[in-house]
Design a protein around this ligand. Structure first.
Ligand SMILES: *Cc1c(COP(=O)(O)O)cnc(C)c1O
Length: 856
């Protein structure tokens, strides 16, 4: 019989064990090994099964609880860990020594992957958000997370006997999760409300404690809602169109309302900076505009300047299908109501309009709105930053890629979450720190044999986990039958293990490895240097193409000649990932370059000493150094997709056969692969610190949150005086820009053969169309001029208007002459041009208005 409702009855713990409730109530246990060991001690078998203190405490038998309550040393240990947690959440940390950093930052994301016990994520974006919160907590960053609570999370994947993905949506019981309802002073649950055309949408607010970071999750599954509206937060990325729009309205607008309620209740500070993790939460900016219009009498445009100043937008994908787009008419319907007082639908539509060449006029684009609502934007690796500047460059027409105001912060991963405890213990025992990103891995204190043993243990652990998963999958595919013995013997703990796990959109090319099945079979079953592959990944439920790829792969793994060497593990999630990454020797990634914005699974593998074998895309393009793994050459220039796949697949096989496997199996007399270990040590020493989410969060703080906080403060002074001024100025400049031209440029001062150190004098005659010389910056842009006329490595020198004394600043035609000097500092080809751009102290980039005039 299936249950139609489920709920969890919590154990009442004796007074002496009260510390356990506190430890279970803060998700810090998910990355704090000593706390995990405490729960493991309570009931190891249950812990292994639940991996969640709340469920564990709900299920452990009462005699065991009594015994623990009487066990003095256990009670003491629990008390110490609780004290440690209290210290952790209150003591000054890194952020408390940063000057000028904002007092509070809101972080919005459609998904958060924090722990297996809280399945509110689908993949990389959510895990990244979880890691962001955890590192923010470790660093003391005053972050407030905002998301949705999905009754069924994403979906649980199983695979049918013929290899087809099946989805199940088990209903979560929030009472059984590490969450509590936000209640008002009267004890009643706090609710936010959104006035929709069809009625009011209500949501309650769950709170989770992620170390010192609070996470608020909005949930519409409450009796106050009409039946149809209760299911707004039913699933993550479940529905399309309108359902998705409703979720995003709730996340953005409802999210800001939840913050206001939370701030009022707790007396904490209202965030100065808002960070939106991908476009889904973009409506948050509109709620804040509405508040400024209603509360401070600002116009829409003035409020827009204020909101932009304090907003950070992170774009996460160059794949068009990954970007949210709605029908404009649908968005119009929702904003032509009382949803946001003071905000008119046409103003909203203009923010998301694709009004650039190649755009679709019928579409409302959430990423485009995200960029227009934020003064600070970034991609998630250096390469992705550049790709994004190209992709969104149409919003700043006329500017070079390098000038498009989208920077990059390369993703990172939370070290304690993603480093196997076995490796952490080795670091603690031999190198004096649990923190593997700080340990000195070149030290002789850890011998090659010891490090290799740990790598073998982690591989063994993966093999056992994989066998368990295959067995249980086989059982559900063949109910009532006896599990055949080969299932218990899949994979070999001594064989070179390659891991490959990710979502299954086409660009990630799950099945590239199957390009030449015979060749792959030969690699797997080689007598001398066998290889095994562990694969996992979910396809979006609506993506049949992805499901076909999974099926093709699963069917290959069913072939008796290879089934011991290649497995597909169903239901890729955090719990699997935490065993999979450490257990692989090599992490494989073969996306179509440059569509992988960053990729983080390879980072997590590297933290555990796995070497990467990947296309030079995302983070690997930035970090591959010849010693930490291998680069699969991209064949961008191939004639078509098939040819490209063929070239890249063959390069992959070549690398495995001729480089990866020989190095792995090159052993000394004790069976230790010295050369391989050299690469592992190098990987751990160099990549662990560089790839940590601590590095990432610090960069967000220094390069984005701090400037955004400063801009937000300045623009808010004197009842938003600067916001009002900036809006008026932008309108003025925008209106006059058609009259701005560079009429004439002349230069002099150079000898016939210029040398380094020589000075080039430039004069430009400029028409300002009624703007003043203070409204613009007239600049010489110079750099190398190679093929074509494109300048690279450009630098700027601002020209100054010639003074009245100098004679001819203002010509009879109203034009003005600007002049300045460039000193030649490097040899080789040299080129320059002159440009005019708007200038204002409140702009974060000269490209901000998308206005430029260049000498022709
Ligand atoms: C890290 C992670 C991902 C994202 O990996 P990518 O390399 O970005 O594809 C997806 N799912 C899980 C469970 C992860 O841990």
């Amino acid at each position: 019989m299936k249950a139609i409702r489920r709920f969890t009855v919590r154990t009442v713990l004796p007074e002496s064990l009260a510390a356990l409730d506190e430890l279970a109530g803060n998700l810090r246990w998910s990355w704090h090994e000593p706390t995990r060991e405490l729960f493991d001690y309570i009931d190891s078998e249950l812990w292994e099964k639940t991996n969640d203190p709340v469920s564990l405490l709900g299920a452990v038998n009462p005699e065991r609880i009594d015994a623990l309550a009487a066990d003095e040393s256990f009670v003491r240990r629990a008390g110490q860990l609780r004290d440690d947690l209290r210290r952790y959440v209150s003591e000054p940390r890194w952020y408390q020594s940063v000057t000028d950093a904002p007092s509070s930052i809101a972080y919005f994301s459609p998904e958060f992957g924090i722990a297996a016990a809280l399945p509110q994520y689908s993949g990389g974006l959510g895990i990244l958000a979880g890691d962001h919160l955890k590192s923010a907590s470790d660093l003391g960053v005053p972050l407030l997370g905002v998301g949705l609570f999905y009754r069924s999370g994403y979906f649980k994947q199983s695979i049918s006997a013929d290899g087809w993905q099946q989805e199940a949506y088990p209903v979560l019981d929030p009472d059984g999760l590490p969450l509590s309802v936000l209640r008002g002073a009267d004890g009643a649950p706090v609710q936010v409300a959104l006035a929709l055309p069809t009625g009011t949408l209500f949501a309650r607010i769950w709170q989770a404690d992620v170390g010192r970071v609070k996470l608020l999750l909005l949930d519409t599954d409450i009796p106050e809602n009409e039946e149809a509206l209760r299911s707004v937060t039913d699933r993550l990325y479940g529905g399309g169109g309108e359902h998705r729009l409703l979720q995003e309205l709730l996340l953005g607008i409802g999210g800001v309302r939840a913050i206001k309620a939370y701030v009022e209740l707790t007396g904490t500070r209202f965030p100065k900076v808002f960070h939106t993790n991908e476009g889904h939460a973009g409506f948050l900016g509109l709620e804040r505009i509405s508040d400024l219009v209603a509360g401070h009498g600002l116009s829409f445009d003035e409020a827009l300047q204020v909101v932009r100043a304090g907003t950070v937008f992170t774009t996460h994908t160059p794949v068009p299908a990954g970007i949210d787009r709605f029908e404009s008419t649908l968005v119009d319907t929702y904003f032509s109501t009382d949803l946001l007082p003071g905000v008119d639908a046409p103003d909203v539509l203009a923010l998301g309009a694709e009004d650039y060449p190649g755009g679709n006029p019928a579409v409302f684009n959430m990423a485009v709105m995200g960029l227009r609502l934020s003064q600070h934007a970034n991609g998630v690796s250096k390469l992705h930053g550049s790709v994004s500047r190209g992709m969104f460059g149409g919003l700043w027409p006329g500017f070079d890629n390098a000038d498009v105001p989208i920077t990059s912060v390369t993703n990172g991963v939370h070290t304690p979450t993603w480093t196997d405890p076995i490796l952490q213990r080795l670091a603690a025992d031999k190198l004096g720190t649990y923190d593997t990103s700080r340990a000195d891995w070149s030290s002789k204190s850890v011998t090659d044999a010891e490090l290799w043993d740990v790598r073998r243990d982690m591989r063994q652990q993966l093999v056992e986990d994989a066998r368990r998963r295959i067995r249980s999958s086989w059982k559900s595919q063949n109910p009532g039958s006896v599990v055949p013995t080969w299932v218990d013997e899949v994979l070999d703990p001594e064989v070179l293990t390659i891991g490959f796990a990710r979502r299954v959109p086409t660009y990630k090319r799950l099945t590239l490895m199957l390009h030449d099945e015979d060749r792959l079979r030969a690699i797997l079953t080689s007598k001398k240097r066998p290889v095994q592959l562990v694969i996992a990944g979910k396809s979006h439920p609506a993506d049949d193409e992805g499901k076909r790829l999974i099926q093709k792969l699963v069917q290959f793994t069913q072939d008796p000649s290879v089934r011991g060497r290649i497995v597909f593990l169903p239901n890729y999630d955090i719990a699997m990932a935490q065993v999979l990454y450490p257990g692989t020797d090599v992490w494989l990634n073969n996306p179509l370059r440059p569509l992988e914005a960053c990729g983080t699974s390879g980072m997590k593998a590297a933290l555990n000493g796995a070497l990467n074998l990947s296309i030079l895309d995302g983070w690997w393009d930035e970090f591959y150094d010849g010693e930490n793994g291998w680069a699969i050459p991209s064949s961008d220039a191939a004639g078509d997709a098939d040819e490209r796949d063929a070239l890249e697949a063959n390069a992959l096989y070549d690398l495995i056969e001729h480089q990866v496997a020989p190095r792995f199996y090159d052993r000394d007399k004790d069976g230790v692969p010295k050369r391989w270990l050299k690469s592992i040590r190098h990987t751990l020493s160099t990549l662990s610190p560089a790839l940590s989410a601590d590095r990432m969060v610090k960069q967000y703080v220094e390069n984005l949150y701090t400037p955004a906080g400063r801009a937000a403060s300045v623009i808010a002074e004197d009842d938003y005086a600067a916001g009002r001024e900036l809006a008026a100025w932008k309108r003025h400049v925008d209106g006059a820009w058609n009259g701005v031209h560079v009429l004439h440029v002349e230069s002099g001062g150079l000898a016939a053969v210029p040398r380094i150190g020589d000075e080039l004098h430039v004069r430009a005659q400029v028409q300002l169309g009624g703007l003043s010389v203070d409204d613009v910056s007239v600049e010489v842009v110079y750099g190398r001029s190679l093929e074509g006329d494109t300048l690279t490595g450009t630098m700027l020198v601002e020209l100054v208007p010639l003074s009245e004394d100098g004679g001819d600043a203002h010509a009879a035609d109203g034009s003005i002459t600007f002049a300045g000097t460039v000193t030649l500092t490097s040899p080789g080809s040299f080129g320059y041009n002159v440009r005019v751009v708007p200038k204002n102290p409140y702009l974060s980039s000269p490209a901000e208005l998308g206005l430029i005039a260049v000498a022709q």
